[in-house]
Design a protein around this ligand. Structure first.
Ligand code: GLA
Length: 649
């Protein structure tokens, strides 16, 4: 029974809904898929709504028709191609053999099915049984090229989320190049919106920014090869008066960890046009006859009760249908991480003192951060050499791990799987695995370089090396870091006319490695990290239920970072630690109590030398640990409300 998606064949109207939301569009003149409505649940749609046909001064009309009132430029649509006299920023651009990029996408057919299909090689929201969601696939076609666009819409029954993605199929005879292929287009009529986004910087991520949407196109995005510290792949469009508890807001989160773009355009008649997808900067995908391209997925929600309800919908879908594995509803262990305690300056003896004290205080996991492998005594060397530094660990890292395990604690390790140092065995063996453009000097960042994750042999090699360490140490947790972004993008595996596939292929390689490791080692808890929160997105979350929020551990600054983060992401994801004072990043002194109260709101831990605390402070830590153990389920998985903003509270 199609109880979540209805098709009115007489009026050619599709209506997706659950108890809270409705999304409606129709097939109109010339096979044009026109958007009609997204908002509060409509009980029964009788086809009343039709946007006025108006002669919009020299606007494009339908080919072969004398009717000047069907304006191709201004009618709200579900998905627009370039060159069809719709001058909004297009959802898709396709360069064809003769150099033209004009398309004419027309409705072809539809399919409604229970459940939700998996997206090959990509993270996405999932279903646990077929009854909890329904999926509508609309096929649009461009007759000349034989290109077909499947627009996928899944509506969940219990949570106010609709997911959207697009699959392009070349059923024609000629090769084309996809130069832009968005996952979502959404047109709003007669709205005066504020945009709410989450910009930031290293050690200063996801600060809430609210501004009114004006004329022109505003693009929020990343071209760094990561979802980035600078602009998180999240956006909300809210009515001007919407606050935390009242008013209309639409939220959008992109389940993708690479280059992304959110384009918001206010047009000549005050409509708002939104396009979300892979950033078209340096993107082009060769689509040979018979082949397909699947875009990543956007999750969207609507709330008529302000921003809290929007965030709660995202929190719920993340907890229930993005995070996989046994950790989904699990209480996350309290950890101590040695990074800010020792940086690179440690040996086994020093670490043992931290481990012993951690056990004494009731902490549940010890995480050994950067510096345990190769001969990495500083950040100049050894990335890619995922075998232990015998100077630091006489009995290997396995020996050290078993000591931690004997104390009844879990053991975690830091890796930076996608990286290579010039001073490494990996570089000696495979200099060509490093991303670089022939004839140019590669640009270093933190003295390191990036591996070509688009190469299968690279993914295989890193998988084997990390697997060996996981087995040797009976590892419980991995902190997967990524401390630099990509430049001089190039892969030796592709010809010149396919180099612009690289950024996406890189991320597909990262996802493949994550998939293989999480499937092979289901009891390892993964925490993603990218110099703090530089890859904090739903794509990562599908594999790694936690993410290190920020390298800024100052309690006061963290209030703002965590506040911004809360708009799109559930607290169980936010790695949040108590560190030493004066704080290493900003020099501020805050009380141990304040530091803990801020960190309680995430996946809680400590990041300092526990032996340097006074006896009184150690007692306080013991109490904090005991308190968090009692309350953590609520902190991590409870319903989260923002009562006030940090500025006014
Ligand atoms: C990044 C991480 C830190 C730490 C260092 C180690 O900056 O965000 O938490 O792991 O790398 O080099």
């Amino acid at each position: 029974m199609n109880d979540l998606i209805e098709f009115d064949s007489k009026r050619q109207v599709f209506h997706l809904h659950n108890g809270n939301i409705s999304y409606i569009f129709s097939v109109e003149e010339g096979g044009t898929l026109c958007h009609l409505y997204f908002g509060r649940r409509v009980q029964k749609y009788h086809g009343e709504l039709k946007y006025p046909r108006v002669d919009r001064g020299f606007s494009g009309n339908l080919p072969g028709s004398l009717d000047r009132t069907f304006s191709r430029d201004t009618l709200p649509k579900e998905y627009s191609g370039a060159g069809e006299m719709d001058y909004h920023t297009p959802a898709t651009i396709v360069r064809q053999e003769n150099g033209s990029n004009a398309l004419m996408l027309k409705y072809k057919n539809y399919k409604i099915e229970d459940g939700k299909p998996k997206l090959e090689g990509l993270p996405a929201a999932y279903v646990e049984n077929e009854k909890e969601a329904q999926t509508l696939t609309i096929t649009l076609e461009d007759e000349l090229t034989g290109l077909e666009y499947d627009l996928l819409y899944t509506v969940y029954r219990e949570v106010s989320i609709i997911t959207r993605s697009v699959k392009v199929r070349n059923t024609g005879k000629k090769t084309v190049f996809l130069e832009k292929v968005a996952s979502l287009q959404l047109d709003f009529v007669d709205r005066d919106f504020d945009s709410i986004c989450l910009p930031g910087a290293h050690a200063n991520e996801r600060h809430l920014e609210r501004s009114s949407v004006g004329y022109g196109i505003q693009k929020f995005g990343s071209i760094r090869g990561t979802s980035s510290h600078q602009m998180n792949p999240f956006l909300a469009l809210a009515d001007r008066k919407t606050d935390e508890f009242s008013g209309d807001v639409y939220g959008f989160a992109f389940a993708y960890s690479g280059n992304h773009s959110f384009e918001v355009e206010k047009d000549q008649i005050d409509q708002t046009h939104l396009v979300i997808g892979i950033n078209d900067y340096n993107f082009s995908w060769k689509l040979d006859a018979g082949s397909e391209f699947q875009t990543p997925e956007v999750l969207m929600t609507y709330s008529d009760q302000g921003l809290n309800k929007m965030s709660q919908a995202f929190h719920e879908i993340i907890r229930e249908r993005i995070v996989r594995s046994k950790f989904k509803h699990a209480d996350r262990p309290i950890l101590v991480n040695n990074w800010e305690a020792t940086y690179f300056d440690f040996n086994e003896e020093k670490l043992k003192t931290i481990v012993d004290e951690a056990e004494n205080l009731g902490i549940e996991m010890f995480v050994l951060d950067d510096g345990w492998f190769g001969h990495r005594d500083n950040d100049l060397t050894s990335l890619g050499d995922w075998f232990v530094d015998q100077k630091k660990f006489l009995n290997g890292v396995g020996g050290f791990a078993s000591r931690v395990h004997k104390l009844g604690m879990k053991f975690g390790l830091w890796f930076e799987p996608e990286m290579i140092s010039i001073d490494s065995k990996l570089y000696e063996d495979h200099p060509d695995w490093m991303i670089q453009t022939k004839g140019r000097l590669a640009t270093p960042a933190r003295h390191q370089f990036v591996l070509d994750m688009a190469r299968q042999e690279v993914v295989d090699d890193i998988f084997n090396k990390i697997s060996a360490v996981i087995k040797d140490t009976k590892l419980d947790y991995i902190k997967w870091d990524m401390n630099r972004t990509i430049t001089e993008a190039f892969t030796a595996t592709l010809p010149a006319n396919r180099q612009q596939e690289f950024a996406h292929r890189y991320i597909l390689g990262v996802y493949q490695l994550y998939e293989r490791l999480t499937q092979a080692f289901p009891s390892v808890l993964f925490e993603s990290c990218a110099s703090g929160g530089g890859r904090f997105d739903l794509g990562m979350m599908y594999y790694a239920p936690q993410a290190w929020c920020s390298d800024d551990t100052d309690a006061v600054e963290r209030i703002y970072i965590q506040d911004g983060t809360s708009y799109g992401y559930i607290p169980s994801m936010w790695g949040a630690h108590v560190s030493a004072v004066p704080n290493d990043q900003v020099g501020r002194v805050t009380s141990l109590d304040t530091r803990a109260k801020v960190a309680y709101f995430g996946a809680f831990g400590y990041e300092l030398d526990l032996n340097e605390l006074s006896e009184e402070e150690q007692e306080t830590v013991k109490e904090q640990v005991a308190f968090y153990k009692q309350q953590r389920h609520l902190f991590q998985h409870g319903t989260f409300y923002r009562i006030d903003s940090p500025d006014t509270a």
